[in-house]
Structure formats: structure tokens, C-alpha cells
Ligand binder design. Structure first.
Ligand code: HEC
Length: 153
């Protein structure tokens, strides 16, 4: 199952790139593509991601660290956070069916480092009240946090 989880990670990375491109060039925003990318991440995170690493038995082909087993709760929380951010991005696409509105963008001076939420999702209602771009940056932090702890260099 190592190949499958790696290909899921690649799909997540491609979807992340799609979304990043639209925030960079808002004129290229396509609600359908944005939603598709968010849904790709949503559907490959949470329980699906957790199950991929249920038996993180060391495999020479895998870059997963063995501590996933010992720090299960921490790993699972990051996988669920990823899903919560992707779900918030999906909701943003629904709310913005034409163009990327200002409500999706981070405001100047808005703290990037998680702000009032910290980097951990407290609840999804709170998450839906922040701009999608902010949720996206928090999502990127989740990738980085999980990789630095659970993926080999
Ligand atoms: C909960 C932990 C976790 C989260 C969150 C996570 N990853 Fe990963 N990722 C991993 C692990 C572990 C591996 C190594 C998998 C393996 O080799 O078996 C990996 C591998 C990868 C790879 C390499 C795949 C390959 O083998 O070619 C890419 C690319 C990647 N992740 C992108 C992302 C992106 C982008 C995000 C965020 C949107 C993300 N990941 C979120 C744990 C995570």
C-alpha cells in the first residue's frame, strides 16, 4: 500500500499547486477547478490518510518514519486537520461561484502564523469564518508539520 499512499500524496500535492496558482493569479480562479482540487485533498485526507498508515511497517520504498505508530494521535490529528482545511476550501468555492472575491483573500496584516486559531483546527465553524486563503496557508503548515515529524528527508 506504500505505492498507493505515495500516489495519493502526489495527487494532494498537485491539487495544492492548483489552488496556490489561483491565489497567486486570482483572474485564473475557476470555482469548479478550485472545488475539484479541494475535494481531492479532502477525500484523500482524514480517515483515508490515517488508514494508509495504519501499519506503517518499515518498507524500503517508504519515507514514512516509524514514529507514526508511537505518535498515532498526533499523526491522526494532522491528517484530520488537513481534511478540515480542505473542507473549508470546498465551502469557499461554493460561496464564490463566479470570481475570487475579496472575502476569499487574506487581509493585509492578517497574521499568517495561525492567528487566533493556532495551527490546530479548533472547530470547523471557526474555520469557515476565516478567509479561504488563510485556511490554505494553515493547510500548508499542516503539510510541513507532518512531514517534518513523520517523513524522512
Ligand atoms: C498527517 C501527515 C501528513 C500530512 C498532513 C501531509 N503529508 Fe505528505 N506525506 C506524509 C508521509 C508520511 C509521506 C511519506 C509517505 C511514504 O513514502 O510512504 C508523505 C509524502 C508526501 C509526498 C511525496 C510522495 C511520493 O512518494 O512521491 C508529497 C509530494 C507530499 N507528501 C505532499 C503533501 C502535501 C502538499 C500536503 C499538504 C497539502 C501533505 N503532503 C500533507 C505525511 C503527510
Amino acid at each position: 500500500m506504500v505505492a498507493l499512499r505515495q500516489s495519493d500524496m502526489k495527487a494532494i500535492a498537485a491539487a495544492t499547486k492548483t489552488i496556490a496558482g489561483m491565489f497567486k493569479e486570482p483572474a485564473t480562479y475557476s470555482p469548479a477547478e478550485f472545488k475539484w482540487a479541494a475535494d481531492t485533498i479532502r477525500d484523500k485526507s482524514g480517515e483515508v490518510l490515517i488508514a494508509h498508515f495504519a501499519a506503517a511497517a518499515s518498507d524500503p520504498m517508504s519515507k514514512a518514519k516509524p514514529n507514526i505508530v508511537e505518535e498515532r494521535e498526533r499523526f491522526d490529528r494532522l491528517a484530520n486537520d488537513l481534511r478540515a482545511y480542505a473542507t473549508a476550501l470546498d465551502a469557499a468555492a461554493h460561496k464564490n461561484p463566479a470570481v475570487m472575491t475579496e472575502s476569499m483573500r487574506m487581509k493585509p496584516g492578517e497574521p499568517m502564523g495561525g492567528g487566533p486559531l493556532g495551527t490546530h483546527v479548533k472547530n470547523e465553524a471557526q474555520l469557515s469564518s476565516i478567509p479561504a486563503e488563510h485556511a490554505f496557508h494553515l493547510m500548508l503548515q499542516t503539510c510541513a508539520t507532518c512531514h517534518s515529524r513523520f517523513r524522512m528527508d
